[in-house]
Design a protein around this ligand. Structure first.
Ligand SMILES: [Ca+2]
Ligand SMILES: [Ca+2]
Length: 273
C-alpha cells in the first residue's frame, strides 16, 4: 500500500504562499542539520532539520538562501525515528546520514508530501542509506516522476555521496496542485524488520530545458563549450560549478546519459549542422 489516500486527511491551506524552488531537508533531531556550505549530492545552502514524524506537518521551511517560504512538509507511514552512529560518516555527512525516518512495514512506505511548490520540473535527491547497516536497502520513488521508476538505494558509506548507495535522483513534474511526493519503502522480498531509511532530501526547480545550454544563459553558443566538457568529464564538478543549471542539457542525443555519444550532436548544435 502506498500513501495516496492520506492526502485527503489534510485540508489544504487557502493562503497565497510564497514560492520556493530549492530546499534542503535533513530528517532527524530538530537541532542537528548540516552547515549551509554543505552540498550533499546537490547544491549547498541552508538545511532545514525536521523530524518528519508520522502524521506530522512541518512549516517554517526556508529555502537554500535562508528565505522564508510557505512550503509545508508532511509525512505519513514512517513510524521510527532512528539515530545510529555510522562508523564511516563524519562532519556534515554524519549530520545528514546518521539520522533517518524508518518504516518496517512492507506495505506502508515513509511518504513525504511537499505542498505549495511552484509548478514545473524539479530535481529531487532522496537520501536513503541505513546508517551502519550496509546490507539494508530502500525502495525510493516519486509519484511525480514520469514512468514512476522505483530505485533501490543502500550499502556501506562509500566515503562520499554516491548515487544508488547513499541517494537516488529523480526528475519530477510538479503540476498545478504544487504537490511533490517522495517515498522510501521496503524492497520487495527484503526482510522488512530491518527497515528502510529516508535521511533527508533536496529539491531544486530546474531551468527550462534547453539542450546544449550548459551555462543556462538561454542560448546555445561557444560559451557552453567549457560547461559541456566539464559535464562530460567531471559531472560532480559541473554540478558544483553550475548549481542553477541542469546537467541533462548535455545529453544531446537524449539517451539518458551524458557521454562521448553526445559530442557529435553538441558540435552540430554549435555549428548549425
Ligand atoms: Ca548557453
Ligand atoms: Ca546522451
Amino acid at each position: 500500500m502506498r500513501c495516496h489516500t492520506s492526502v485527503l486527511v489534510f485540508a489544504l491551506a487557502s493562503s497565497s504562499p510564497l514560492l520556493a524552488q530549492s530546499l534542503n531537508i535533513a530528517i532527524g533531531p530538530p537541532t542537528i542539520s548540516p552547515s549551509s556550505s554543505y552540498a550533499g549530492a546537490g547544491r549547498p545552502g541552508v538545511w532545514n532539520a525536521i523530524q518528519a514524524l508520522h502524521a506530522s506537518s512541518a512549516f517554517g521551511i526556508v529555502d537554500v538562501d535562508g528565505n522564508a517560504t510557505s512550503v509545508r512538509i508532511r509525512q505519513i507511514g514512517g513510524m521510527i525515528s532512528r539515530s545510529t552512529n555510522d562508523p564511516g560518516t563524519s562532519g556534515d555527512d554524519e549530520k545528514l546520514m546518521d539520522h533517518c525516518m524508518v518504516t518496517t512495514n512492507p506495505t506502508l512506505e515513509t511518504c513525504i508530501f511537499i505542498d505549495f511548490l511552484e509548478p514545473g520540473e524539479y530535481e529531487a535527491i532522496v537520501y536513503a542509506m541505513m546508517p551502519a547497516q550496509p546490507g539494508v536497502r530502500a525502495y525510493v520513488s516519486s509519484d511525480e516522476e514520469p514512468g514512476f521508476p522505483r530505485i533501490i538505494v543502500g550499502g556501506a558509506w562509500p566515503g562520499q555521496h554516491q548515487e544508488l548507495i547513499t541517494y537516488s535522483r529523480h526528475h519530477c513534474i510538479v503540476g498545478p496542485t504544487g504537490l511533490l511526493r517522495l517515498h522510501s519503502g521496503i524492497v520487495p522480498g527484503d526482510p522488512a524488520a530491518l527497515g528502510a531509511a529516508m535521511n533527508g532530501f533536496q529539491i531544486r526547480k530546474l531551468p527550462p530545458l534547453l539542450i546544449g545550454d550548459l551555462n543556462c544563459d538561454g542560448v546555445v553558443s561557444v560559451g557552453d563549450i567549457a560547461g559541456f566538457v566539464l559535464a562530460l568529464t567531471d559531472a560532480p564538478g559541473y554540478v558544483a560549478a553550475n548549481p542553477a543549471c541542469n546537467i541533462d542539457h548535455a545529453d544531446i542525443n537524449n539517451d539518458g546519459v551524458v557521454s562521448v555519444g553526445d559530442i557529435a550532436g553538441f558540435v552540430a548544435l554549435l555549428t548549425g549542422g
